[in-house]
Design a protein around this ligand. Structure first.
Ligand SMILES: Cc1cc2nc3c(=O)[nH]c(=O)nc-3n(C[C@H](O)[C@H](O)[C@H](O)COP(=O)(O)OP(=O)(O)OC[C@H]3O[C@@H](n4cnc5c(N)ncnc54)[C@H](O)[C@@H]3O)c2cc1C
Length: 396
C-alpha cells in the first residue's frame, strides 16, 4: 500500500514509522514547514507524563501508559536524552486536599507505578525548596527531548524507504474510487489512504477532505517564563498544582527541561490565529472561523471569567511569579525571564465542551486525528499503534 501522512510532528512521524514497520507500506509524510516538529512537538513542556490525571478506561489513560513504556525504550535504543526526574502535585491549602486525594486515586486506578502521598515534611525531601500542605509524588514521571524523538522517527521512516517531504503544504485533496489525490506544494501525489495528523491545521485539511465534522480546533497559547541563573537550582524536577477538573490544562507549573532550563508555565489564552504564538499574530480568516463556531461561543460564555483572568495575566511577570511562588517562595521577580511559548490544538465540540480524550475519525480513505493534545507527545508511539490497529484505517 501507498500511504500518505499529513504532518511531520511527533504523532504523524510515529504513525508513518508504524505503518512502514508493521505493514511494509510505502509512506510519504508531508509537512508545510521546512523542519520536522515545527509546531506543538517543538513548543511544549517536554514532560513524559506518567498517566496520573486521565479518566480510567479512556484512550488517554491507556495510550499514555503504553506510550511511556514505548518511548522510554525508544529513547534508550537511540541514545535520546530521557530522565526520570519525578513529579510532585502539590496542595498548597487544606481546601486542595480532596482534589489531591482524587489525583492519587486516579493515578492508582491507571496503574501509575510508585505513587506516594506525602505530607508537608516528606514533600520537602523530594523538593527541598517547595512548600505545601501535602503532595502526590510520581517518581517515574520523566522529561525527554521530543524534537529529537521526532527527528529520529523521520530517519526511521527514510531508512524503511519512505520519504519525509518538508516545505510541502497540503493545498487540496480529492478522494477517488481507488485512492486519494493530494496537491502538496507543487506536486500532485496519489495514495491508497491518507492519515491526517496536522495538529493546528487539522480543520483546514478536514475541510479539503469534505470531513469538517462536529468539532473544531481552537488554539490555546501557552506562555512561559524561564528561571535565570542560580534560581534553577531551587527546582529538582517537576512541580505541579492540583488541577482544576473543569479544564484539560494542568495549570502553571515548574518544569525542569532536559537541556537544564527550568520553565514556569504554561498559562492558557485563546490565540488570535491558529499559529498565534504572540498577541501580534492575528489571522482574520482563522479568527472568523474560530469565532463562527458555535462551540467557541458556548465555551466563551461558560468560562469567560477564567478566560478574562488568563488574558489579563498573559505575559504578566507578576502573575507567573505569583503562581511559581505559591510552591517555591524563594523565587524573586529577577529570577523570571521571558521565553518562547507554544500553541495547543484543542478540539472543541458544538456544545462548547473541550474534548478531553484523544479522538480519531475515519472518513472513507482519510483518517483524521481530531484531538491530540497533551499527553500526545508522551503517547505518540502508542497512538501510532492504536491507529494502525484500527481495521478501518488501512484496509483497502
Ligand atoms: C504549551 C504546550 C505544552 C505541552 N506540554 C506537553 C508535555 O509536557 N507532554 C506531552 O506529552 N505533551 C505536551 N503537549 C502536547 C504535545 O506537544 C502535542 O500533543 C503533540 O506535540 C502533538 O503532536 P502532533 O504531531 O499531533 O502535532 P504537531 O507537532 O503540531 O504537528 C502537526 C504538523 O502538521 C503540519 N501541518 C499542519 N497543516 C498542514 C498542511 N496543510 N500541510 C502540511 N503540513 C501541515 C504542521 O506544520 C505540523 O508540523 C504540550 C503542548 C503545548 C502546546
Amino acid at each position: 500500500m501507498n500511504i500518505g501522512i499529513v504532518g511531520a510532528g511527533i504523532v504523524g512521524l510515529a504513525v508513518a514509522r508504524e505503518v512502514a514497520r508493521t505493514r511494509g507500506a510505502t509512506v510519504t509524510v508531508l509537512d508545510k514547514e521546512d523542519r520536522v516538529g515545527a509546531h506543538q512537538t517543538g513548543h511544549n513542556s517536554g514532560v513524559v507524563h506518567a498517566g496520573i490525571y486521565y479518566q480510567p478506561g479512556s484512550l488517554k489513560a491507556r495510550l499514555c501508559r503504553e506510550g511511556v513504556a514505548l518511548l522510554r525504550q525508544y529513547c534508550a535504543e537511540h541514545h535520546i536524552p530521557y530522565d526520570e526526574v519525578g513529579k510532585l502535585v502539590v496542595a498548597s491549602t487544606a481546601a486542595e486536599r480532596p482534589g489531591l486525594r482524587k489525583i492519587a486515586e486516579r493515578a492508582r486506578a491507571n496503574q501509575v507505578p510508585g505513587i506516594a502521598e506525602l505530607d508537608a515534611l516528606a514533600l520537602r525531601e523530594v523538593e527541598p525548596h517547595t512548600v505545601g500542605v501535602a503532595a502526590v509524588h510520581s517518581p517515574h514521571t520523566a522529561i525527554a527531548d521530543f524534537p529529537a524523538v521526532a527527528r529520529r522517527l523521520a530517519l526511521d521512516v527514510e531508512e524503511t524507504g519512505g520519504s519525509v517531504l518538508l516545505s510541502h503544504p497540503v493545498r487540496a485533496l480529492r478522494e477517488t474510487a481507488s485512492g486519494v489525490e493530494v496537491l502538496a506544494g507543487s506536486r500532485r501525489l496519489r495514495f491508497d489512504r491518507l492519515i491526517v495528523c496536522a495538529g493546528l491545521g487539522t480543520d483546514t485539511v478536514a475541510r479539503m477532505a469534505g470531513a469538517a465534522g462536529d468539532v473544531r480546533i481552537v488554539p490555546f497559547r501557552g506562555e512561559y517564563y524561564a528561571l535565570a541563573g542560580a534560581s534553577k537550582d531551587l527546582v529538582r524536577g517537576l512541580i505541579y498544582p492540583v488541577p482544576d477538573p473543569r479544564y484539560p490544562f494542568l495549570g502553571v507549573h515548574l518544569t525542569r527541561r532536559i537541556d537544564g532550563e527550568v520553565l514556569v508555565g504554561p498559562n492558557a489564552v485563546m490565540a488570535l490565529a491558529l499559529e498565534g504564538y504572540s498577541w501580534g499574530d492575528v489571522d482574520l480568516t482563522d479568527l472568523r472561523r474560530i469565532l463562527a463556531w458555535e462551540g467557541t461561543r458556548r465555551l466563551a460564555a461558560r468560562h469567560w471569567r477564567t478566560g478574562a483572568r488568563e488574558v489579563l495575566g498573559s505575559m504578566a511577570k507578576g502573575s507567573f511569579l505569583a503562581a511559581a511562588r505559591r510552591y517555591v517562595p524563594e523565587l524573586t521577580r529577577a529570577d523570571l525571564v521571558r521565553t518562547a511559548g507554544g500553541v495547543r490544538a484543542q478540539a472543541v465540540a458544538r456544545d462548547g465542551s473541550m474534548l478531553d480524550d484523544f479522538a480519531i475519525d475515519v472518513h472513507g480513505r482519510v483518517t483524521l486525528v481530531r484531538n491530540a493534545p497533551s499527553p500526545a507527545a508522551t503517547s505518540s508511539l502508542a497512538i501510532a499503534r492504536h491507529i494502525v490497529g484500527l481495521t478501518s484505517v488501512l484496509t483497502r
